[in-house]
Design a protein. Structure first.
Ligand SMILES: CC(C)(COP(=O)(O)OP(=O)(O)OC[C@H]1O[C@@H](n2cnc3c(N)ncnc32)[C@H](O)[C@@H]1OP(=O)(O)O)[C@@H](O)C(=O)NCCC(=O)NCCS
Length: 226
Protein backbone atom coordinates (compact mmCIF):
# COMPACT_ATOMS: atom_id res chain seq x y z
CA UNK A 1 0.00 0.00 0.00
CA UNK A 2 1.36 3.41 -0.95
CA UNK A 3 1.85 6.02 1.74
CA UNK A 4 -0.94 8.59 1.32
CA UNK A 5 -0.01 12.13 0.36
CA UNK A 6 -2.24 15.12 0.84
CA UNK A 7 -2.67 18.36 -1.07
CA UNK A 8 -4.45 21.64 -0.76
CA UNK A 9 -8.12 21.41 -1.77
CA UNK A 10 -9.44 23.41 -4.70
CA UNK A 11 -12.85 25.10 -4.69
CA UNK A 12 -14.16 22.15 -6.71
CA UNK A 13 -13.15 19.75 -3.92
CA UNK A 14 -15.02 21.60 -1.17
CA UNK A 15 -18.41 19.82 -1.51
CA UNK A 16 -16.66 16.46 -1.10
CA UNK A 17 -14.68 17.82 1.86
CA UNK A 18 -17.90 19.09 3.46
CA UNK A 19 -19.60 15.73 2.88
CA UNK A 20 -16.74 13.88 4.60
CA UNK A 21 -16.81 16.24 7.57
CA UNK A 22 -20.58 15.82 7.81
CA UNK A 23 -20.19 12.02 7.93
CA UNK A 24 -17.50 12.14 10.62
CA UNK A 25 -18.52 15.02 12.87
CA UNK A 26 -22.30 15.24 12.46
CA UNK A 27 -23.37 11.65 11.76
CA UNK A 28 -20.67 9.80 13.71
CA UNK A 29 -19.92 12.19 16.57
CA UNK A 30 -23.25 14.01 16.92
CA UNK A 31 -21.90 17.55 16.46
CA UNK A 32 -24.74 19.88 15.35
CA UNK A 33 -24.48 20.59 11.61
CA UNK A 34 -24.82 24.35 12.18
CA UNK A 35 -21.67 24.28 14.35
CA UNK A 36 -19.71 21.95 12.11
CA UNK A 37 -19.75 24.26 9.07
CA UNK A 38 -18.94 27.85 9.92
CA UNK A 39 -17.88 31.17 8.42
CA UNK A 40 -14.21 30.28 8.83
CA UNK A 41 -14.55 27.71 6.05
CA UNK A 42 -14.64 30.54 3.51
CA UNK A 43 -11.19 31.80 4.51
CA UNK A 44 -9.47 28.60 5.67
CA UNK A 45 -6.85 26.66 3.74
CA UNK A 46 -8.41 23.23 3.23
CA UNK A 47 -6.32 20.11 2.74
CA UNK A 48 -7.37 16.65 1.64
CA UNK A 49 -6.12 13.12 1.04
CA UNK A 50 -7.64 10.72 -1.48
CA UNK A 51 -7.85 6.93 -1.61
CA UNK A 52 -6.77 4.87 -4.64
CA UNK A 53 -10.13 5.53 -6.35
CA UNK A 54 -9.76 9.29 -6.01
CA UNK A 55 -12.37 9.71 -3.29
CA UNK A 56 -11.64 12.28 -0.59
CA UNK A 57 -11.04 10.26 2.59
CA UNK A 58 -9.33 12.71 4.95
CA UNK A 59 -9.33 16.43 5.48
CA UNK A 60 -8.37 19.28 7.77
CA UNK A 61 -8.17 23.06 7.66
CA UNK A 62 -5.74 25.81 8.60
CA UNK A 63 -6.83 29.19 9.94
CA UNK A 64 -4.92 32.26 11.01
CA UNK A 65 -6.49 33.53 14.24
CA UNK A 66 -4.97 36.59 15.93
CA UNK A 67 -1.73 35.89 14.09
CA UNK A 68 -1.66 32.29 15.28
CA UNK A 69 -1.86 29.26 12.96
CA UNK A 70 -4.74 27.05 14.06
CA UNK A 71 -5.57 23.62 12.64
CA UNK A 72 -9.07 22.22 12.87
CA UNK A 73 -11.71 19.88 11.45
CA UNK A 74 -9.29 16.98 11.14
CA UNK A 75 -11.29 14.02 9.90
CA UNK A 76 -10.53 10.69 8.25
CA UNK A 77 -13.27 8.47 6.87
CA UNK A 78 -13.92 5.66 9.31
CA UNK A 79 -13.17 3.06 6.64
CA UNK A 80 -9.56 4.25 6.13
CA UNK A 81 -8.44 5.15 9.66
CA UNK A 82 -5.02 3.93 10.67
CA UNK A 83 -3.66 4.01 7.11
CA UNK A 84 -1.81 7.31 7.26
CA UNK A 85 -4.35 9.62 5.62
CA UNK A 86 -4.76 11.72 8.76
CA UNK A 87 -1.00 12.06 9.18
CA UNK A 88 -0.65 13.07 5.51
CA UNK A 89 -3.26 15.80 5.94
CA UNK A 90 -1.54 17.06 9.08
CA UNK A 91 1.84 17.16 7.29
CA UNK A 92 0.39 19.22 4.47
CA UNK A 93 -1.31 21.60 6.92
CA UNK A 94 2.04 22.06 8.68
CA UNK A 95 3.62 22.84 5.32
CA UNK A 96 0.92 25.38 4.52
CA UNK A 97 1.58 27.05 7.89
CA UNK A 98 5.35 27.01 7.28
CA UNK A 99 4.81 28.69 3.90
CA UNK A 100 2.94 31.46 5.68
CA UNK A 101 5.78 31.98 8.13
CA UNK A 102 4.13 30.66 11.27
CA UNK A 103 6.62 29.54 13.93
CA UNK A 104 4.09 27.31 15.70
CA UNK A 105 0.67 25.76 15.23
CA UNK A 106 -2.12 25.12 17.70
CA UNK A 107 -5.27 23.00 17.74
CA UNK A 108 -8.09 21.88 19.99
CA UNK A 109 -7.64 18.12 20.11
CA UNK A 110 -10.40 15.75 21.03
CA UNK A 111 -9.04 13.79 23.98
CA UNK A 112 -9.50 10.54 22.03
CA UNK A 113 -7.20 11.90 19.29
CA UNK A 114 -4.52 13.20 21.67
CA UNK A 115 -2.14 10.32 20.86
CA UNK A 116 -2.45 11.04 17.14
CA UNK A 117 -1.26 14.60 17.69
CA UNK A 118 1.45 13.62 20.17
CA UNK A 119 2.92 11.37 17.46
CA UNK A 120 3.04 14.46 15.23
CA UNK A 121 5.03 16.51 17.75
CA UNK A 122 2.25 18.24 19.69
CA UNK A 123 2.24 18.78 23.45
CA UNK A 124 -0.82 19.69 25.55
CA UNK A 125 -1.25 23.23 26.81
CA UNK A 126 -3.44 23.62 29.91
CA UNK A 127 -6.29 21.48 31.15
CA UNK A 128 -9.02 19.63 29.15
CA UNK A 129 -12.39 21.37 28.54
CA UNK A 130 -15.65 20.67 26.73
CA UNK A 131 -16.28 22.00 23.23
CA UNK A 132 -19.23 21.04 20.99
CA UNK A 133 -20.13 18.53 23.72
CA UNK A 134 -16.78 16.71 23.37
CA UNK A 135 -13.76 16.69 25.70
CA UNK A 136 -10.84 18.63 24.19
CA UNK A 137 -7.37 19.79 25.13
CA UNK A 138 -5.39 22.57 23.44
CA UNK A 139 -2.16 21.28 21.89
CA UNK A 140 0.73 23.07 20.24
CA UNK A 141 3.90 22.28 18.34
CA UNK A 142 6.72 24.39 16.89
CA UNK A 143 7.26 24.63 13.15
CA UNK A 144 10.51 25.00 11.25
CA UNK A 145 11.25 28.34 9.64
CA UNK A 146 11.49 28.26 5.87
CA UNK A 147 14.30 30.24 4.36
CA UNK A 148 13.72 30.44 0.63
CA UNK A 149 13.44 32.91 -2.16
CA UNK A 150 10.17 34.88 -1.84
CA UNK A 151 9.37 34.06 -5.48
CA UNK A 152 9.45 30.36 -4.69
CA UNK A 153 7.15 30.91 -1.74
CA UNK A 154 4.69 32.94 -3.82
CA UNK A 155 4.68 30.23 -6.43
CA UNK A 156 4.17 27.47 -3.88
CA UNK A 157 1.28 29.33 -2.26
CA UNK A 158 -0.46 30.03 -5.55
CA UNK A 159 0.09 26.64 -7.09
CA UNK A 160 -0.44 24.37 -4.12
CA UNK A 161 -4.19 24.56 -4.69
CA UNK A 162 -3.82 22.70 -7.95
CA UNK A 163 -2.72 19.61 -6.15
CA UNK A 164 0.55 19.35 -8.03
CA UNK A 165 2.62 20.02 -4.98
CA UNK A 166 2.89 17.33 -2.40
CA UNK A 167 5.53 18.61 -0.08
CA UNK A 168 6.35 16.91 3.13
CA UNK A 169 8.40 18.34 5.91
CA UNK A 170 10.59 15.47 6.91
CA UNK A 171 12.59 15.19 10.07
CA UNK A 172 11.70 16.50 13.47
CA UNK A 173 11.53 20.31 13.52
CA UNK A 174 13.20 20.60 16.89
CA UNK A 175 14.99 23.65 18.21
CA UNK A 176 18.41 24.15 16.66
CA UNK A 177 18.09 21.44 14.02
CA UNK A 178 17.49 21.87 10.34
CA UNK A 179 14.99 19.78 8.43
CA UNK A 180 14.76 19.02 4.77
CA UNK A 181 11.99 19.96 2.42
CA UNK A 182 11.22 17.36 -0.20
CA UNK A 183 8.82 17.87 -3.05
CA UNK A 184 7.34 15.35 -5.40
CA UNK A 185 5.55 15.68 -8.70
CA UNK A 186 4.71 13.48 -11.61
CA UNK A 187 8.05 12.82 -13.28
CA UNK A 188 8.54 15.20 -16.15
CA UNK A 189 5.30 17.01 -15.39
CA UNK A 190 5.02 20.71 -16.13
CA UNK A 191 5.92 21.64 -12.59
CA UNK A 192 8.84 19.29 -12.16
CA UNK A 193 11.47 22.00 -12.76
CA UNK A 194 9.87 24.40 -10.35
CA UNK A 195 9.48 21.70 -7.75
CA UNK A 196 13.10 20.73 -8.12
CA UNK A 197 14.10 24.33 -7.48
CA UNK A 198 11.80 24.59 -4.52
CA UNK A 199 13.15 21.34 -3.14
CA UNK A 200 16.61 22.89 -2.98
CA UNK A 201 15.40 25.26 -0.31
CA UNK A 202 16.03 23.85 3.13
CA UNK A 203 13.90 24.38 6.16
CA UNK A 204 15.82 25.81 9.03
CA UNK A 205 15.43 26.80 12.61
CA UNK A 206 18.49 28.98 12.71
CA UNK A 207 21.87 28.00 11.32
CA UNK A 208 23.03 28.29 7.73
CA UNK A 209 20.57 28.86 4.91
CA UNK A 210 20.40 26.46 1.99
CA UNK A 211 22.02 29.04 -0.29
CA UNK A 212 25.01 29.43 2.02
CA UNK A 213 25.36 25.67 2.10
CA UNK A 214 24.89 24.78 -1.56
CA UNK A 215 24.94 27.99 -3.58
CA UNK A 216 22.01 29.94 -5.03
CA UNK A 217 18.84 27.90 -5.40
CA UNK A 218 17.98 29.70 -8.66
CA UNK A 219 14.39 29.94 -7.61
CA UNK A 220 13.98 33.29 -9.41
CA UNK A 221 14.50 31.60 -12.75
CA UNK A 222 11.65 29.23 -12.22
CA UNK A 223 9.25 31.20 -10.08
CA UNK A 224 5.92 32.55 -11.26
CA UNK A 225 5.82 35.39 -13.72
CA UNK A 226 3.07 37.19 -11.79
C1 LIG B 1 -7.95 11.49 14.38
C2 LIG B 1 -8.01 11.02 12.93
C3 LIG B 1 -8.12 12.23 12.01
C4 LIG B 1 -6.69 10.25 12.61
O1 LIG B 1 -6.68 9.91 11.24
P1 LIG B 1 -6.03 8.50 10.73
O2 LIG B 1 -6.03 8.53 9.24
O3 LIG B 1 -6.71 7.39 11.38
O4 LIG B 1 -4.57 8.64 11.31
P2 LIG B 1 -3.24 7.95 10.75
O5 LIG B 1 -3.55 6.60 10.20
O6 LIG B 1 -2.56 8.90 9.84
O7 LIG B 1 -2.40 7.81 12.10
C5 LIG B 1 -1.08 8.33 12.27
C6 LIG B 1 -0.53 7.73 13.55
O8 LIG B 1 -1.35 8.14 14.66
C7 LIG B 1 -1.90 7.00 15.30
N1 LIG B 1 -3.27 7.31 15.69
C8 LIG B 1 -4.31 7.55 14.86
N2 LIG B 1 -5.40 7.85 15.59
C9 LIG B 1 -5.02 7.81 16.90
C10 LIG B 1 -5.70 8.04 18.10
N3 LIG B 1 -6.98 8.37 18.14
N4 LIG B 1 -5.00 7.91 19.27
C11 LIG B 1 -3.70 7.55 19.26
N5 LIG B 1 -2.99 7.35 18.12
C12 LIG B 1 -3.66 7.46 16.95
C13 LIG B 1 -1.82 5.89 14.27
O9 LIG B 1 -1.78 4.63 14.89
C14 LIG B 1 -0.54 6.23 13.57
O10 LIG B 1 0.55 5.82 14.36
P3 LIG B 1 1.92 5.29 13.71
O11 LIG B 1 2.52 6.46 13.00
O12 LIG B 1 2.71 4.83 14.87
O13 LIG B 1 1.52 4.20 12.77
C15 LIG B 1 -9.18 10.02 12.69
O14 LIG B 1 -9.09 8.99 13.63
C16 LIG B 1 -10.55 10.65 12.78
O15 LIG B 1 -11.05 11.23 11.82
N6 LIG B 1 -11.22 10.51 13.94
C17 LIG B 1 -12.58 11.02 14.10
C18 LIG B 1 -12.62 12.53 14.08
C19 LIG B 1 -11.70 13.13 15.09
O16 LIG B 1 -11.61 12.72 16.23
N7 LIG B 1 -10.98 14.16 14.65
C20 LIG B 1 -10.01 14.84 15.46
C21 LIG B 1 -10.61 16.11 15.92
S1 LIG B 1 -9.48 16.93 17.01
Amino acid sequence: MNTPTACRATAADLPEVAALRHRVFVLEQGVPAEIEQDAADAVAVHVLSRDATGAVVATGRLLERDGLAVIGRMAADRAVRGRGHGAAVLDELHWQAVLRGHPAVELHAQLTARGFYERAGYAPVGEPYREAGIEHVTMRRPLPVLEADPAALRWALSDAGQGTVTALVTGAPVAGGSVTLTSRAAAGGPWAGRLAALARADLHRGGRSAEQATGPARTRDVGPSA
